[in-house]
Design a protein around this ligand. Structure first.
Ligand SMILES: Nc1nc2c(ncn2[C@@H]2O[C@H](COP(=O)(O)OP(=O)(O)OP(=O)(O)O)[C@@H](O)[C@H]2O)c(=O)[nH]1
Ligand SMILES: [Mg+2]
Length: 278
C-alpha cells in the first residue's frame, strides 16, 4: 500500500503544525485507545513530543476491560511514563487528569516566575491517531467553544487552539497515522477500534480475529456468549444475513460485528495487554 494513500494531506499538515509548535508546548496530551494502548501509540510520537512532557490518556476506558487498563497504567508507570485512564465523551473520569494538569501548570508557572518571566500561558498540545477522542477530551476538559467530534476518523482537519476555563491553551490536532510503523497485528486492531478507516482493511479478516476469544480480554461477565453461534458464519445465519441463494453474507455480518464492538455492545473488551508478546 502506498504511503500517500494512507496519509492524507491534513495529517501531513498536522505533523508540520505540531513540529512547529512543539517548542511552545508545556505539555502534550497523547490520546490512546484504552483497548489498544500499544498499537494506538505507533505513530512517530517521539519525533513530535519529548516523552517527559507527555501525559498518556487511555481514552475510551469505558469500552475497555477494567483490570487490563489498570495493568496498562502500572506498565506505563514502570516505564517512567505518566498515564491516566479517561472517558472523554461523558465528561466523566477526567478529575484526575484535571488535577494533574493543574499541578503541572503551577509547577511550570512557579519555575517561570523564579526566572522573572511573567507569562501565565499554559500550553498543551493534544496528539494521537485518528478517532481516539482527542477533540472530545478537549471539549470535556472545558474548552470554551467546542471542537468538532464524530464517529469516523478524520473529523479534525486542521490544528485549532482552544482556551479552557482553567486558563489552558490547548491545541487540538488532526489524527496522525504512520503506516510504515504498523505491523499486520496492529492493522486489524486499529481497524476494529475505528482508527483505520474501513477502506484500509478487510472487515472479514478483522472481524474473524476479533471473534477469537484468545485475542480479547474481557471485564467480568459483560461479554455476550457467542458459543452457540460457533463462528462469524454462524452469527450471520442467526441474524438472517443471507445472500440470494441462501449463503451467509459474510461481509455484512463482519461489518455488523465490528459495529457492535465499536459501540461497546459486546461488553468491555481490550485487545492487548502489557504482558502480551507485543
Ligand atoms: N465510548 C466512548 N466514546 C468516546 C470517548 N471519547 C470519544 N469518544 C467517541 O469517539 C469518537 C471520536 O471522537 P473525536 O473526539 O472526534 O476523536 P478525534 O481523535 O478528535 O478524531 P479525529 O479528529 O477524526 O482524529 C466520537 O464518536 C466520540 O463520541 C470515550 O471516552 N468513550
Ligand atoms: Mg478531532
Amino acid at each position: 500500500m502506498r504511503e500517500s494513500a494512507w496519509f492524507p494531506g491534513h495529517m501531513a499538515k498536522a505533523r508540520d503544525a505540531i513540529s512547529r509548535t512543539r517548542s511552545v508546548a508545556d505539555f502534550f496530551l497523547v490520546v490512546l485507545d484504552a483497548r489498544i494502548p500499544h498499537a494506538s501509540r505507533k505513530f512517530d510520537l517521539s519525533r513530535l513530543a519529548p516523552l517527559h512532557k507527555c501525559i498518556f490518556c487511555l481514552n475510551r476506558s469505558d469500552l475497555a476491560c477494567e483490570d487490563t487498563t489498570d495493568d496498562w497504567l502500572r506498565w506505563f508507570s514502570s516505564q517512567g511514563l505518566v498515564a491516566e485512564k479517561t472517558r472523554a465523551v461523558a465528561g466523566q473520569g477526567l478529575s484526575r487528569l484535571r488535577r494533574l494538569l493543574a499541578s503541572r501548570k503551577e509547577e511550570i508557572l512557579e519555575k517561570r516566575s523564579a526566572k522573572g518571566r511573567k507569562d501565565r500561558t499554559f500550553s498543551v498540545i493534544v496528539v494521537g491517531m485518528p478517532n481516539v477522542g482527542k477533540s472530545s477530551l478537549l471539549n470535556s476538559l472545558g474548552g470554551v467553544g467546542s471542537a468538532a467530534t464524530g464517529r469516523k476518523p478524520g473529523i479534525t482537519r486542521g490544528p485549532q487552539w482552544i482556551r479552557t476555563k482553567q486558563g489552558f491553551s490547548i491545541l487540538d490536532t488532526p489524527g496522525i497515522l504512520t503506516p510504515g510503523r504498523l505491523e499486520l497485528d496492529d492493522i486489524w486492531k486499529l481497524h476494529a477500534c475505528g482508527i483505520l478507516p474501513d477502506e484500509k482493511a478487510d472487515p472479514v479478516e478483522t472481524a474473524s480475529l476479533l471473534w477469537d476469544p484468545a485475542n480479547r480480554r474481557a471485564s467480568g461477565s459483560s461479554v455476550p456468549d457467542q458459543a452457540g453461534q460457533g463462528d462469524l458464519e454462524g452469527l450471520g445465519k442467526a441474524l438472517g444475513f443471507l445472500k440470494r441463494g441462501g449463503s451467509v453474507d459474510i461481509e455484512r455480518t463482519a461489518q455488523h460485528f465490528l459495529k457492535e464492538f465499536r459501540a461497546g455492545k459486546l461488553g468491555r473488551l481490550t485487545l492487548e495487554a502489557p504482558e502480551d508478546d507485543l
